[in-house]
Write a protein that binds this ligand. Structure first.
Ligand code: PHE
Length: 449
């Protein structure tokens, strides 16, 4: 069976990233998404500010980073998509892991595209009609865009755009989008951070977000669950999205530093987004609204706050929701790449055909989430929480305990230092699995409570 980065049986040339930077930007594009802009801020506000941020950073560094390196190694060393990579590396008994990746990616994309639809709709609204005058108007507006025909349309358009990029291929579609999208996004966000710093209540915002320290929150089940879910969802490790990208990687790239770059960008964007939303919320006196934990926080309080600034507020909202849409589409393409490359790999289908079959399937699967926010929230808890974290556990077990020699050989063969490889492998064996198991147990217990 030909791997994705080899010439296939029919002699089609292999696909490849144009450069290591292209891969890093695409992987960072997968990581940076709506999860950073919306999830980070609202989970931090629930989990007691600084305590959440500290737990989050700890989990990212000692649990997620080794798993992300493992995920990249699995993709590159097998040259296979998420469905076949676990079997190629560890044999038939690892087959369920490949199916878990497929199911999780399809499940997440089915509701992620709905969230993208809301984002796009809010952007158009800010540009064309203006912002809602008060909370009541904002809530009515949100109810309108998050259900019925509007939501379905936004979902389908967003999936269609995602399909167009993925159909254009690794280099011509995904890499090209990430190369202009990611720098643009960071620039816009930087501009908004500076603008938010000039708001009258900015300091109060930073205080609730970063400086309010409450040690008791560190052991609170809700905070632990939030920090785990946010870390895994935001980096996007554990469902094969970055694995799918890494299958097109060549032997020269230094995976550990690339993983650090991805994690660094993702965390920086999460913190920067918090430095925009919290000052806005504090300065317009909306803080009690943000802690009401609905998916709609960002779509209700932020536009309402900005409305009082008149034209400038509309401008800020337009910039914010444009960058949110860019962040979202660079993530949704990585989710679609999981089933796409898997079926190309397994069935030998063409890229085009696979993409549109998957878009049709996911379009239908997303309808319940588009029609009912409560369904969307459940989908997120199940696919974006439990399944995603379980996928990360599987990854750590496969590379750490199943085939550690492959992990070592791939990294040392591409020039990584021995002590670094040893340290990563140690974390993958002894730190990640037990930590993830605890996180998973706390999450499930907290969910069913
Ligand atoms: N990390 C993305 C976000 O924060 C979502 C995502 C999850 C992307 C899993 C790929 C895989 O929005």
């Amino acid at each position: 069976m030909a791997a994705l980065h080899h010439r296939d049986e029919r002699g089609h040339p292999p696909e490849h990233w144009g450069s290591s930077l292209g891969f890093v930007l695409a992987a960072a594009g997968s990581a940076v998404g709506l999860g950073n802009l919306w999830g980070f801020a609202y989970r931090a506000s629930q989990g007691g500010g600084a305590a959440f941020v500290v737990l989050y950073l700890l989990i990212v560094l000692v649990v997620c980073l080794p798993v992300l390196v493992a995920e990249m190694v699995l993709g590159r060393s097998t040259g296979h998509a998420p469905l076949l990579a676990p079997i190629t590396a560890g044999g038939r008994r690892w087959a369920p892991l490949g199916w878990l990746y497929m199911a999780a990616a399809i499940g997440i994309l089915s509701y992620y595209a709905v969230l993208m639809g809301w984002t796009g709709r809010t952007l158009l609204h800010a540009l064309l009609d203006g912002l809602p005058a008060d909370m009541a108007a904002a809530e009515a507006y949100f109810a309108e865009i998050s259900s019925g025909g509007d939501a379905v349309l936004g979902h389908l358009i967003s999936l269609g755009l995602t399909g167009l990029v993925v159909a254009a291929g690794i280099r011509g579609g995904i890499e090209r989008l990430s190369r202009w999208g990611m720098p643009l996004l960071v620039l816009m966000l930087l501009g908004l951070v500076l603008w938010a710093a000039s708001l009258p209540g900015a300091h109060e915002g930073y205080r609730t977000f970063l400086l309010r320290w409450d040690a008791a929150k560190l052991t609170d089940a809700g905070t632990i669950r939030n920090a785990f879910t946010q870390a895994f969802f935001s980096i996007g490790t554990g469902i094969g999205a970055i694995l799918a990208y890494a299958a097109y990687l060549d032997r020269r790239s230094a995976i550990p530093s690339e993983a650090v770059a991805v994690v660094g960008m993702d965390t920086a964007v999460g913190l920067m987004a918090g430095c925009v939303t919290f000052p806005v919320v504090a300065s317009f006196g909306l803080s009690d609204v943000v802690s009401g934990s609905t998916v709609g926080t960002l779509f209700i309080s932020l536009p309402t706050g900005l409305a009082s600034l008149g034209f400038n507020g509309r401008l800020v909202a337009a910039v914010f929701f444009s960058l949110a849409y860019i962040a979202a589409i660079t993530s949704s393409v990585s989710l679609l790449e999981v089933p796409t490359s898997s079926l190309m790999d397994r069935l030998g289908w063409s890229r085009d055909r696979t993409v549109w079959v998957m878009v049709a399937l996911i379009g239908v699967l997303g309808l319940p989430s588009a029609l009912d926010v409560a369904v969307l929230e459940r989908m997120d808890a199940l696919f974006g929480g439990v399944l995603l974290i379980s996928g990360g556990l599987g990854m750590a077990l496969l590379l750490g305990w199943g085939v550690p020699a492959r992990f070592r050989a791939d990294l040392e063969g591409s020039g990584s230092r021995r002590w670094l490889v040893r340290g990563l492998l140690w974390a993958l064996r002894w730190v990640s699995p037990p930590a993830i198991a605890i996180g998973l147990a706390v999450s499930v217990a907290d969910l069913v409570r």
